[in-house]
Design a binder for this molecule. Structure first.
Ligand SMILES: NC(=O)c1ccc[n+]([C@@H]2O[C@H](COP(=O)([O-])OP(=O)(O)OC[C@H]3O[C@@H](n4cnc5c(N)ncnc54)[C@H](OP(=O)(O)O)[C@@H]3O)[C@@H](O)[C@H]2O)c1
Length: 283
């Protein structure tokens, strides 16, 4: 019987410029594993069929990126608490009964901020911009990391309401209208979890939401993060950090789930940072 090679992949649309194949290849080399990790472009309507074909062809694990993180939830035979709480999946593991869904975005962001950047998130009055797949992934982990009140705004406000409701902490989590941002005072921590920068779209953000103590974090990196990080510097934020470190940390957490080994993220992060000028957008 021929031995089928175990396959791993990231599914997205678009996905051609994803750095995940490069990151997983570097992790595999580091721990002496031979594996195949591809980037597979799939339209939302075709995700179920594509995952089934992938599993039949030796697919053992997958990452999901924009726009599949929330829709993939329904395709999973089982879910981790992290994925259930987030209402979004970025990591799939093939089990006999089907796909098991997990979410490493939140732990990836928290590890990048608290370990790589040695930041204390506890008690910070926090503003989350966006209510898509990434926002769903990071919000529960930020609450667990001990942030203070969490305010969520989204271009389509009903999604901010839905995320706030799903987080289930009414005294601590609040949704607000984007147009009301100017009256909300300054935040200690502002996270851009929108994809506005990918389309070179600008967001209307009043300077009054930032103060000299504010930590500003964009989940995007490369060109897509330029606009928000420039705004953060103009608004005199204490620190402005992009999503490259989170990207490497969420990948490392997926790698550990699949292979049972935790790679050293710092050399991979530093290699990518050195390439930052040519980095594309996405996760
Ligand atoms: N560093 C990492 O590891 C990592 C991991 C995950 C995601 N990300 C990045 O996070 C970003 C969001 O990803 P996602 O998966 O959450 O995407 P998504 O599910 O498609 O959600 C996109 C979000 O952006 C908002 N948005 C889009 N254009 C906007 C604009 N012009 N003004 C204001 N809001 C806008 C959307 O608002 P509406 O709902 O109103 O459309 C929605 O909240 C992407 O740039 C992605 O690359 C990075």
């Amino acid at each position: 019987m021929s031995q089928q090679q175990s396959r791993y992949a990231v599914f997205g649309h678009p996905v051609a410029h994803s750095l995940s194949p490069r990151i997983h290849a570097a992790f595999a080399k580091q721990v002496g594993l031979s594996l195949r990790y591809d980037a597979i472009d799939v339209e939302p309507a075709d995700l179920q069929a594509a995952l089934a074909a992938f599993a039949a062809d030796g697919g053992r694990g997958a990452n999901l990126t924009l726009p599949h993180k929330q829709s993939a939830l329904a395709l999973c035979a089982g879910l981790s608490d992290r994925a259930r709480n987030a209402g979004a999946v970025n990591t799939l593991v093939r089990h006999e009964g089907g796909w098991f869904g997990d979410n490493t975005d939140g732990i990836g962001l928290v590890r990048d901020l608290t370990e790589r950047n040695a930041l204390d998130l506890r008690g910070r009055r926090t503003l989350l911009l966006g209510a898509g797949g990434a926002a769903h992934g990071v919000a529960p982990a930020l609450l667990e990391a001990g942030i203070g009140d969490l305010f969520i705004v989204n271009r389509h406000p009903e999604k901010a309401d839905a995320l706030a409701d799903a987080l289930g902490q009414p005294g601590r989590v609040h949704s607000r209208y984007w147009n009301d941002l100017a009256t909300q005072g300054a935040f200690d921590f502002i996270i851009n979890a929108t994809s506005a920068g990918r389309g070179h779209e600008t967001m209307d953000l009043p300077f009054g939401i930032a103060a000299g103590r504010t930590l500003a974090v964009d989940l995007s990196y490369g060109e897509a993060a330029i606009g928000f990080l420039a705004w953060a510097r103009s608004a005199n934020c204490a620190q402005a950090i992009d999503g490259l470190g989170m990207l490497v940390e969420q990948a490392a957490a997926s790698f550990e789930i699949w292979h049972g080994q935790r790679p050293d993220t710092q050399p991979v992060y530093l290699d990518l940072r050195a390439l930052d000028v040519v980095l594309s957008t996405g996760d």
